[in-house]
Design a protein around this ligand. Structure first.
Ligand code: SF4
Ligand code: ZN
Ligand code: ZN
Length: 342
């Protein structure tokens, strides 16, 4: 190939003379590595501001699984926490899923050490004497549903004990839209309100925010590579394989995006604008009260976590989890935020 032909093939970054390594079709940009990672951090900052996810002075608990999405979220929030003046603490739940959990935990520990971010690790086997696979084996529910229930409960307990203002989750655009669309098809409109950029805090229930609401999965994969973020590169062995309604919807949305770049972000913004409308679909849900065993918020007499553990382990484990989480937090020298500001 002649020199002239080779030179004409180099595509320059839209902001500098470096070679572009990616094309952002919806923003009509070609970006080098540096400007791509800057672009993602700016984009997350704009989402935090647009949807009012985090305020100055807040304590943010970041739930980190070890995968590229939540590990990248922590990396991005570590940069933004300085310029936007909020505090971050990472939380990792070791689910006890063999090698997969071991590698996930190692990736999170390495990342937090490198970033200098305090990390709370809670090991399910130490909390309740059983790992996720043991609990799943004792119920008929799908693994991911049991896992989601346990993680929601533990994350909330840790958030309450730390006095966190919000919990940040690593859900991105390509995670959320298929579920939103599926719930629309099934007309579970109330459920859509739980999939927006944030859910508000309630008595004893820490609000959840999704700073990656407008970020594509492919962008996170690239960000994690360019920033050399340690991640577990295996899939959870309990993942359910096969075609589901979500995966059909995912392909459909992908086709729309490739035909009209920017479609997905526009759709996500419309959902966020109409979130109050979707929330009305939940109007019939019962008011929150306190679990008879552990005192955490629930719409029933007993919370879902205490029910699950009572059924599978013979004892409601909520009170024990709260006690052990307090000890883990104290052993790390972390102080509950309200106490810290007294
Ligand atoms: Fe939990 Fe399912 Fe994710 Fe495995 S794939 S970590 S079981 S939610
Ligand atoms: Zn550049
Ligand atoms: Zn309970």
């Amino acid at each position: 190939m002649s020199e002239k032909t080779a030179a004409t093939k180099v595509i320059k970054c839209s902001f500098c003379d470096e070679q572009a390594v990616t094309v952002i079709r919806y923003a009509k940009l070609r970006l080098c590595r540096k400007h791509f990672t800057d672009f993602i951090v700016r984009k997350v900052r704009r989402s935090i501001e647009r949807y009012r996810l985090i305020e100055s002075g807040w304590r943010v608990l970041v739930a980190v699984s070890g995968g590229k999405d939540s590990n990248s979220l922590l990396h991005i929030l570590a940069k933004l926490s300085k310029e936007m003046n909020f505090e971050i603490i990472a939380l990792h739940i070791d689910l006890g899923i063999g090698e997969y959990s071991k590698k996930s935990r190692e990736a999170v520990e390495k990342l937090c050490k490198g970033l200098g971010v305090p990390l709370v690790v809670v090991d399910l086997r130490e909390l309740i004497g059983a790992g996720l696979p043991d609990i799943v084996a004792r119920t008929r529910r799908p693994a991911c549903s049991v896992c989601g229930l346990i993680k929601r409960y533990v994350i909330n307990v840790v958030g309450v004990e730390l006095g966190a203002n919000v919990v940040a989750l690593g859900h991105h655009l390509d995670d959320l839209l298929p579920y939103i669309f599926k719930n629309f098809i099934l007309q579970n409109l109330g459920e859509i309100s739980k999939l927006g950029p944030k859910t508000e805090s309630d008595e004893g229930l820490i609000g959840r925010v999704r700073p990656l609401y407008e970020v594509f999965e492919s962008e996170l994969a690239l960000y994690a590579t360019f920033e050399s973020i340690p991640v577990v590169d295996e899939t959870c062995p309990l993942t359910i394989r096969g075609r589901s309604l979500e995966s059909e919807v995912r392909d459909f949305l992908e086709r729309l995006e490739s035909r009209s770049p920017g479609f997905k972000i526009g759709f996500a913004r419309s959902i966020a604008r109409n979130i109050d409308f979707y929330r009305r679909g939940l109007a019939s849900s019962k008011p929150l009260r306190r679990c008879a065993y552990c005192g955490m918020p629930t719409s029933e007499d007993v919370c879902a976590f205490c029910k699950l553990t009572e059924r599978t382990l013979g004892k409601p484990m909520g009170p024990i989890v709260r006690e052990k989480v307090r000890k883990v937090i104290a052993s790390l020298g972390l102080v509950r935020k309200s106490e810290a500001s007294n």
